[in-house]
Ligand binder design. Structure first.
Ligand code: NDP
Ligand code: 8X3
Length: 253
């Protein structure tokens, strides 16, 4: 039987690219995001192109009740989850703490940290029952470095780093692997969301060098997922060749 991957935040960017990569490799997919139309179209496209089955699971990872209800409502065969990609996440704004918007902070913390925890808590028992599974948490270069005006977003990603380590310790006896994937600058809808639709600001992020694509990251995740059962990549940091640190780029223009 085909393996099953559950991807949160599959309607765009890295999550969308993961859906394509795993589908290309014959996985069945549980596709989550808030935008139902996008998830349903992706499911239909993947079935048409790769002949794989998908289960669209529309919910907001911040809604604790919905997370548990939706995951519990999966039909039995879909509860056999081999791989979970905890990818849903976002940055909102970029300012010094005293100028930050507490609503933005709440949304980042609720999505990047608490949402990831809720989904993980709902999926781990299903993996534990089968004595196997692989969880990928999407961290960031912002999980490893704190950069100017990145304060709260960097804080959420540092939390993801720490929670990944805790999870790996907790799940060690149950045959469940846990990996942290940390992308550097990746051109997705991330900067449009961070700068709330200000195209001038979001496009500037990727000016003058070649950023990573969602599929560059999806390839790394699939590489880790396809390794032999006894091998785990604990932590992977992937940068564009033109990026050395969170803030240092070799920009040509
Ligand atoms: P995108 O904005 O392209 O995608 C983000 C995805 O998360 C969307 O599918 C969005 O779907 C989903 N999402 C956001 N909030 C929620 C929510 N509350 N519930 C469910 N789904 C949600 O950005 P990326 O693909 O770049 O981001 C994916 C992950 O990668 C994030 O965790 C981000 O922090 C991380 N990352 C990104 C980097 C980059 O440079 N792009 C670098 C390092 C890490 P919808 O709006 O439909 O709900
Ligand atoms: C996204 C990359 O550098 O904007 O996590 O934080 S960065």
């Amino acid at each position: 039987m085909s393996k099953t991957v559950f991807i949160t935040g599959a309607s765009s960017g890295i999550g969308y690219a993961c859906a394509e990569r795993f589908a290309q490799n014959g996985y069945r997919l549980i596709l989550n995001a808030r935008r139902k139309d996008r998830i349903e179209k992706l499911a239909a496209d993947l079935e048409k192109t790769y002949g794989v089955e998908s289960f669209p699971l529309v919910f907001d990872v911040r809604d604790r009740e919905q997370v548990f209800e939706k995951i519990a409502s999966l039909p039995a065969p879909w509860q056999e989850i081999d791989v979970l990609v905890n990818n849903a996440g976002l940055a909102l704004g970029m300012s010094e703490i005293q100028d930050g918007d507490p609503d933005d902070w709440d949304q980042m913390i609720d999505t990047n940290v608490k949402g990831l925890l809720y989904v993980t808590k709902a999926v781990v028992p299903l993996m534990k029952e089968r004595g196997k599974g692989h969880i990928f948490n999407i961290g960031s270069i912002a999980a490893k470095e704190t950069y100017p005006r990145g304060n709260v977003y960097c804080g959420t990603k540092h939390a993801v780093d720490s929670l990944t380590k805790g999870l790996r310790i907790d799940l060690l006896p149950y045959g469940i692997k846990v990996s942290l994937i940390n992308p550097g600058a990746t051109q997705t809808e991330f900067s449009d969301v961070r700068f709330k639709g200000d195209k001038e600001k979001s496009e500037k992020v990727y000016d003058g060098y070649k950023p990573l694509s969602g599929d560059d990251i999806a390839q790394c995740i699939y590489f880790c997922a396809a390794l032999p059962e006894h091998v785990n990549v604990n932590d992977m940091l992937i940068m564009p060749a033109a990026q050395a640190t969170a803030t240092l780029f070799d920009k040509k223009a």
